[in-house]
Design a protein around this ligand. Structure first.
Ligand code: FES
Ligand code: FES
Length: 199
């Protein structure tokens, strides 16, 4: 009875609160939010991009939020590039864009128009291992191997940049690539050996 005794009060209260809330929302910026949402809805959610991957031309339509790493692994089926942290901290996804080292997890496909991407699969495209790959085998420079594609791609970039002249320099310029197994001494030895082989 008491619950039914105050229906009018409850109704009044329930009607008033949301109406007041709507008015406050309108006054405090709902119009701006709607404006932002309107602008966002006018932006394209997909984009055409033409690039080359390991020497092959690729023309594709991509979600504007798609990273190069996810495109390679999930659409191009190039799973040699590994996903570790997915936020630019571990270097596991390192590859080359126009010959320079980048973290594929931090690059949007939409930004790669006319760019040249080289992945670990592209290093031995002719069937002959790259000297850095040979050196990693010779020096036993991996344990679990998960970081290895990124280490090798980073080493290729490091040597091309001229930053592989001694172990200290190699450690500094390869410091963005983490190896959870701590194969660092062998990795440094492999990079140095490859640098000498390529000089
Ligand atoms: S997965 Fe890209 S930096 Fe770790
Ligand atoms: S070899 Fe295992 S993380 Fe580097």
């Amino acid at each position: 009875m008491s619950a039914g005794g105050h229906p009018s009060t409850a109704t009044t209260s329930n009607k008033t609160t949301p109406e007041r809330g709507c008015a406050m929302n309108r006054m405090s910026g709902e119009t701006n939010l709607s404006g932002s949402a309107r602008v966002a809805s006018q932006l394209p959610s997909t984009l055409s991009v033409a690039l080359s991957i390991n020497g092959e031309p690729v023309n594709t339509e991509v979600d504007t939020r798609l990273t190069l790493l996810d495109f390679l692994r999930e659409r191009a089926r190039l799973t040699g590039t590994k996903k570790g942290c997915n936020r630019g901290e571990c270097g596991t996804c390192t590859l080359l864009v126009d010959g320079r080292r980048v973290n594929a997890c931090m690059i949007l496909m939409a930004s790669l128009e006319s760019r040249r991407v080289t992945t670990i699969e592209g290093l031995a495209a002719t069937g002959q291992l790259h000297p850095v790959q040979e050196a990693f085998i010779d020096q036993d420079a991996f344990q679990c191997g998960f970081c290895t594609p990124g280490q090798i791609m980073s080493a290729v970039g490091c040597i091309d940049e001229g930053h592989a002249n001694d172990p200290a320099e190699i450690r500094e310029w390869m410091s963005g690539n983490l190896c959870r197994c701590s194969a660092y001494p062998q990795i440094v030895a492999a990079v140095r050996a490859a640098a000498e082989a390529l000089s």
